[in-house]
Write a protein that binds this ligand. Structure first.
Ligand code: MF3
Ligand code: CO
Ligand code: CO
Length: 337
């Protein structure tokens, strides 16, 4: 078959000339593949996760209070600088984070081999609404679903689709709810059936990384102390720390200052002050720390197609240390607060 010319009819069936239709997009794609590093071109994984089909966007009933981007996809207010929260804001953060935890528990209970990530989205979507909250990810910068489901080599922002979970998969469920005017954000990586020991070690160590990061939260300490702790644990275990995605301030806005790197970045000298609220959400890779993006512009996968895990809590800096806002009910705070 000969190569399509600029004046030929486009391959997509639109009836338009190729140059007026898909040519520029195809050229860009080619360029991107050529510019991938040798490691990305050599990566091979027989179980590689492939994009599935998306269901239509789910509706939210009119009585649910929406964040400012729900209609347009674009947050309207300017990005907030690091704010010290008031007692009232902190109370509302506590309730939003408690609600997020409830939704996560419902999502986790649905995980089993054979269920599609879209079916988990349907269950989760209803759970937010039953609690009176809005699924923060829905239409956030155009994101189409009510949670992120990141399977195996997917680092983060995997979109729920028609792919059934398979025995041996690991899947991160990332839940964010908007309720009482606040966002509460947390995630866990869950095992699907029997999972190999090396993946279980990755998941275990990633949780330890998050807890080490949280242990570094103290008034007077610097944001960079969090990443230093996380990186120490990950590297001790021979794993890579993702740098491209960071923790974030959270409150009336889904993402705000401060940025919280999960590796040691000496420039992050912002001091932690009581009543700051932010997330700590390390993504840890079995191999290389770098990512490539799927064509959907959301799904970030590891460059070498080895697995990646993540855990996330939203935390409050207190006078004496740290309070985890997204713990399950009845679980004691692990650090001084
Ligand atoms: N919940 C994710 C976080 O931890 C953000 C998801 S934004 C989305 O920050 F648009 F990708 F859904
Ligand atoms: Co999250
Ligand atoms: Co987050």
């Amino acid at each position: 078959m000969s190569k399509i010319g600029p004046n030929d009819e486009c391959w997509c069936g639109s009836g338009k000339k190729y140059k007026r239709c898909h040519q520029s997009r195809d050229l860009l794609k080619e360029l991107r593949t050529e510019s991938l590093s040798p490691i990305a071109r050599m990566a091979s994984n027989p179980r590689q996760v492939r994009p599935g089909a998306l269901s239509p966007m789910r509706a939210v009933p009119p009585h649910i209070v929406r964040p400012d981007y729900a209609l347009t996809g674009k947050p309207q207010a300017a990005r907030q600088k690091t704010v010290i929260k008031s007692a009232d804001q902190i109370e509302r953060m506590r309730s939003a984070c408690r609600a997020a935890r409830r939704v996560l528990e419902i999502a986790k209970a649905a995980v089993r081999p054979g269920i599609t990530t879209d079916a988990i989205d349907a269950i989760t979507h209803q759970a937010y609404i039953d609690l009176g909250g809005y699924p923060s990810t829905l239409n956030y910068h155009g994101y189409p679903k009510s949670l992120c489901t990141s399977v195996n080599e997917v680092i983060c922002h995997g979109i729920p689709d028609s792919r059934p979970l398979e025995e041996g998969d690991i899947v991160n469920l990332d839940i964010t709810i908007f309720i009482d005017g606040m966002h509460g954000d947390l995630s866990e990586t869950v095992l699907v059936g029997e999972v190999d020991e090396e993946s279980r070690r990755l998941v275990r160590v990633t949780h330890e990384c998050m807890m080490r990061g949280i242990a570094s939260v103290n008034p007077g300490a610097m944001i960079r102390d969090i990443g230093r702790g996380i990186q120490t644990v990950a590297e001790r275990e021979g794993f890579g720390v993702v740098k491209a995605f960071v923790g974030h301030g959270i409150g009336e806005q889904f993402h705000m200052d401060p940025q919280v790197p999960h590796y040691y970045d000496r420039s992050q000298t912002t001091e932690m002050v009581p009543n700051m609220v932010f997330t700590i959400e390390p993504m840890i890779n079995q191999g290389d720390y770098r990512h490539v993006m799927w064509d959907d512009r959301w799904t970030a996968v590891t460059l070498d197609l080895k697995r990646s895990a993540q855990f996330e809590h939203t935390i409050l800096v207190t006078e004496r240390g740290v309070e985890i806002l997204t713990l399950p009910d009845g679980v004691a705070q692990p650090f001084a607060h």
